[in-house]
Design a protein around this ligand. Structure first.
Ligand code: SAM
Length: 324
């Protein structure tokens, strides 16, 4: 359906859990995740009810994120169930990749077409540092397995951090050369955790600057069509490479006028914008006697109409509480 700024909103990004086996510094501001009690998270049946209602409003693309979605018990069976609903065109998963290898067959069975995997660095010690203890090996193993598998479109996401991974831009981009893997650089967004990044310089590396640096190393064609999809990335390609290098610029060049999504947080709030304060709380109402499926459709439509024209920063919450 169209929102009040005539944008076609048809994608729902669903955080299925606030739990994660990593605690990336740009996503989580403290050493510990501030987890909601399990019963404050939507059950998978409740999430399915929201998806069914969204389908009535012609939503057709659903991305599952978190936290780490693959730590949510029952997720893979749930995805299979969702894939059978009429009107579902595209299912995608955002994951840190650490549990991916063992999940590939079930993801393919559920017709999950697109995997976004976080990969900010290729150095194990840095990986451990940015994720507060994560191990790079299983993540690279997951990426390899998914790429060799051939059933998925693979996008690796690297958050640009000056003074942390800006010396690895070429190495990361080179992952696109020999296999049809796409690597997207994302500008670091200022959430609550922004305040906590030890190195002030981590702020502010733009995708424009990243592309300029890459062009000093590779022959690149820019503004190419890329791997398709209707997301916010623009693409370039290293000449002769099988994959694409993408650029997502929420800070220096926001793409709000092309935004096509609504978000559902793990605890059942609808958000028109990642960075908006306004939230429509569904969970308590969905558990009350006044809940009915017709009104759920109306409440989703209301959240679409309340979607702000543009986003603002300086939000005092962490990405981990919304789902990226
Ligand atoms: N655990 C999954 C993962 O690692 O992809 C899904 C959740 S994670 C919050 C989704 C995406 O949000 C990741 O690609 C991550 O890099 C991105 N992200 C988190 N905090 C961010 C920030 N402050 N700026 C830019 N991207 C961020």
């Amino acid at each position: 359906m169209k929102d009040s700024f005539q944008r076609e909103i048809h994608a729902l990004r669903i955080s299925v859990t606030d739990r994660c086996n990593m605690r990336c510094r740009y996503c989580v501001s403290g050493d510990l995740l501030k987890l909601k009690p399990q019963d404050e998270l939507l059950s998978l049946d409740e999430i399915e009810a929201v998806i069914r209602a969204a389908l009535v409003l012609d939503f057709d693309a659903f991305r599952f994120t978190g936290g780490e979605p693959l730590v949510r018990e029952g997720l893979l069976d749930f995805l299979l169930r969702v894939s059978r609903l009429d009107g579902v065109r595209k299912l995608s998963l955002s994951t840190n990749g650490s549990m991916l290898e063992r999940s590939l067959d079930q993801l393919a069975a559920a017709r999950v077409q697109s995997l976004n995997i976080s990969l900010d660095t290729l150095r194990p010690a840095r990986y451990e540092q940015i994720t507060r203890g994560g191990e790079l090996g299983p993540v690279l193993g997951g990426i390899d397995a998914a790429a060799n598998d051939g059933r998925f479109k693979i996008k690796l996401n690297a958050v640009l951090m000056n003074g942390f991974n800006d010396d690895e831009l070429a190495e990361l981009a080179a992952l696109t050369i020999s296999r049809p893997i796409n690597l997207r650089f994302i500008e670091y967004m200022p959430f609550g955790s922004w305040q906590r990044v030890e190195n002030e310089n981590a702020k502010g590396l733009s995708v424009g600057e990243a592309l300029a640096r890459l062009k000093q190393v590779f022959e690149m064609d820019d503004n190419v069509r890329g791997p398709g999809g209707d997301g916010p990335a623009t693409y370039a390609q290293i000449r002769g490479a099988k994959g694409f290098v993408g650029f997502i610029s929420p800070v220096h060049s926001p793409f709000c006028e092309r935004c096509n999504r609504l978000r559902l947080t793990a605890d059942g709030q609808l958000k028109g914008c990642l960075l908006a304060d306004e939230r429509f709380q569904l969970r308590n109402w969905m558990r009350s006697a006044s809940y009915n499926a017709e009104e759920l459709i109306a409440r989703i439509a209301m959240a679409v109409m309340a979607k702000p024209e543009k986003h603002e920063y300086a939000r005092n919450f962490d990405m981990s509480t919304v789902g990226g």
